[in-house]
Design a protein around this ligand. Structure first.
Ligand SMILES: *Cc1c(COP(=O)(O)O)cnc(C)c1O
Length: 218
């Protein structure tokens, strides 16, 4: 208990006041998650649909759930209406399915669009070169709201490389933000970047939403 509380305090001390800490609770038990909630955390992140569904049913309804892992189209039906934010929209066809099911449920789903800046890693996400083309396609869909970008940096200790990736993503974010009025359903509000090993650097580079898992439960 105490170590979770201490870890969260330490992480929060490294964040700006308006940076949102998403506690990544994948693989963690309900008991462990309860301890996180007792520290006043409201934002929880899960990366697998099955695990998310189980925890959603067992935990309080005021949690803001963030889906952060790659989402398959055939699983959208299990998450629709349950998330605060889907971080990992990495194709137009996934966005279309989210739109279709949101219309059917009469809700609006808030999403982030994942961008793949570290091309040497076979991570999910849009290439930065055709990010804006794809944003415009997603922007045309109904019942979906694009609220920002998400990036996953490679697992490396190479600070220079990480800094390049975070800065590139922040520049993309700012560029899109400055052309917001060319879109219908887009408002650049969240820049989701930074995990346990790199969140401090990500925040320095302009992140306002960090996804921290192991650093909370160590
Ligand atoms: C697991 C995960 C995290 C958290 O990683 P840690 O290194 O444990 O902080 C963040 N983002 C995504 C997409 C993840 O899958």
């Amino acid at each position: 208990m105490d170590s979770i509380r201490e870890n969260i305090e330490n992480i929060k001390n490294n964040l700006n006041k308006n940076t949102i800490l998403v506690a990544v609770t994948k693989y963690r038990s309900i008991d462990e998650i309860q301890k996180v909630l007792q520290c006043g955390i409201k934002d929880l992140g899960e990366n697998r649909v099955q695990e998310f569904k189980e925890k959603f049913d067992l935990l309080p309804k005021d949690i803001r759930w963030h889906l952060i892992g790659h989402l398959q189209k055939n699983k959208v039906k299990y998450v629709i209406g349950k998330t605060f934010l889907i971080h990992s929209v990495d194709s137009v066809s996934l966005a279309e399915e989210i739109s279709r099911l949101s219309i059917k449920s009469g809700i609006i789903t808030d999403i982030l669009v994942q961008v793949n800046v570290a091309k040497e890693d076979s991570k999910y996400g849009f290439d930065q070169d055709d990010l804006e083309t794809n944003l415009r396609k997603i922007d045309k869909l109904d019942n979906i709201r694009i609220l920002g970008l998400m990036v996953m940096a490679p697992n490396t200790k190479n600070t220079k490389m990480l800094e390049d990736i975070f800065t590139t993503t922040k520049n993309l974010y700012d560029k899109i933000k400055s052309s917001e009025d060319e879109y219908n359903n887009l408002e650049m509000k969240y820049l989701s970047m930074g995990m346990t090993n790199d969140y401090d650097l990500a925040v320095k580079c302009g992140s306002n939403m960090v996804r921290v898992g192991s650093g909370i439960f160590k």
